[in-house]
Design a protein around this ligand. Structure first.
Ligand code: NAD
Ligand code: DAU
Length: 339
């Protein structure tokens, strides 16, 4: 089987590539990635020389490059992770989110139609459902929850989901969609909550908590997400949406305090800063469908996952130090100075 993994130089895509190469040594895995600020070729260094792995630097919006790759490789499966993924950046500059997340997805699906495919899998997000109130813990997102987005990022992901379902109904493209909650683990870009707090705490820098820190996210260890996608592309039904999440709701402030504890740092580093515009209050996934149909359950408990993640950042400074000393510095200034 030949699988194209788009966005495989990013956080979840790279973890998925490692997982697939290990589990299916007979598969050919091709990573197509534009290498934006969030893509890092050094992440893929351990597999770059593997005989059954190929890296191609290209933009999913570049029709010619995408068609050429399909012509060369005749993939059976495409898993689309490629996206602009950071909510704060989407608030600053929505255009590139619409381009990559919507137009790029349509180019990939056009290639799938033209060259034939067994499965196009779209990696989506729980953010397409909007948010839930803090005082209604009984409410969870199911696959039937209506789409109700808050940010340019989540709107672009919801638009892509609708396009994917339209390609299924109109052209019969064999598609599936997964909507996952917040991931954490190795190779997470340090603009996101957990790695940002780890690298700031290690440098004894302020830990910027938006608003009151009461917003709730439903955290899942990245390998559990990879396992769920593996199940969906092999056994999931065509045309279906599967929610992925592990009943692991945590308030941001509690996560930040936990990271301080793990690193032996003072909570005095915590600094409350002005809130994200349109900040979603709470996400919570109901994973009944994927559990019932495909037998998926998360395997890593949050307290173990956080320990593993903190240890990974301690052991892999060579991965993240070059990131935070480059263009990231300008981003950090723009986003956090005078906030
Ligand atoms: P990321 O930002 O770490 O990585 C994105 C990757 O896509 C990078 O390697 C980047 O170079 C590449 N890319 C961006 N634009 C591209 C383009 N036009 N053409 C080709 N490659 C391009 O993102 P992530 O956190 O790994 O998220 C991966 C996917 O999972 C995204 O679709 C995101 O919406 C979804 N998702 C993320 C989470 C999460 O918690 N991180 C949760 C649910 C769903
Ligand atoms: O729910 C899935 C989504 O999770 C994915 O679709 C997105 O691609 C991914 O980036 C993530 O989105 P969030 O906005 O939830 O993640 P982020 O790490 O940016 O923020 C998590 C929470 O922490 C959120 O409530 C905002 C808050 N936060 C974040 C940062 C970066 C802070 O309080 N301070 C910060 O500095």
């Amino acid at each position: 089987m030949t699988v194209i993994v788009t966005g495989g130089a990013g956080f979840i895509g790279s973890n998925f590539i490692f997982y697939m190469l290990k589990k299916y040594p007979s598969y050919r895995i091709i990573c197509l990635d534009k290498l934006t600020y969030a893509g890092n070729l050094s992440t893929l260094a351990p597999v770059m020389d593997s005989a059954n792995f190929r890296f191609v630097k290209a933009d999913i919006c570049d029709r010619e490059a995408v068609y050429k790759l399909f012509e060369e490789e005749h993939p059976e499966t495409v898993v689309n992770f490629a996206a602009e993924s950071h909510v704060d950046r989407s608030i600053e500059n929505p255009g590139i989110f619409l381009q990559t997340n919507i137009m790029g997805t349509s180019v990939l699906m056009d290639a799938c139609l033209r060259y034939g495919i067994k499965r196009f899998h779209q990696v989506s997000t729980d953010e397409v459902y909007g948010d839930l109130p803090l005082d209604r813990p009984d409410l969870l997102f199911t696959e039937e929850t209506s789409l109700h987005t808050s940010s340019p990022y989540s709107s672009s992901k919801a638009a892509a989901d609708l396009l994917v379902l339209a390609y299924h109904r109109t052209y019969g493209l064999p598609v599936s969609i997964s909507r996952c909650s917040n991931n954490y683990g190795p190779y997470h870009f340090p603009e996101k909550l957990i790695p940002l707090m780890i690298v700031n705490a290690l440098a004894d820098k302020p830990l910027p908590v938006y608003g009151k820190g009461e917003n709730v996210r439903d955290w899942l260890y990245v390998e559990d997400h990879c396992k769920a996608i593996d199940l969906i592309i092999h056994k999931g039904r065509e045309g279906e949406v599967y929610n992925i999440g592990g009943h692991n709701e945590m308030r941001n402030i509690d996560i930040v305090k936990l990271i301080c504890k793990e690193l032996g740092k003072s909570e005095n580093l915590i600094t409350y800063v002005s809130d994200r515009k349109g900040h979603d209050m709470r996400y919570a996934i109901d994973p009944t469908k994927i559990h019932g149909e495909l037998g998926w359950l998360p395997e890593t408990r949050f307290k173990d996952g956080v320990k593993k993640t903190v240890k990974w950042y301690l052991d892999n400074r060579a991965w993240w130090e070059p990131i935070i000393s480059g263009e990231y510095k300008n981003y950090y200034e723009r986003m956090y100075k005078n906030r």
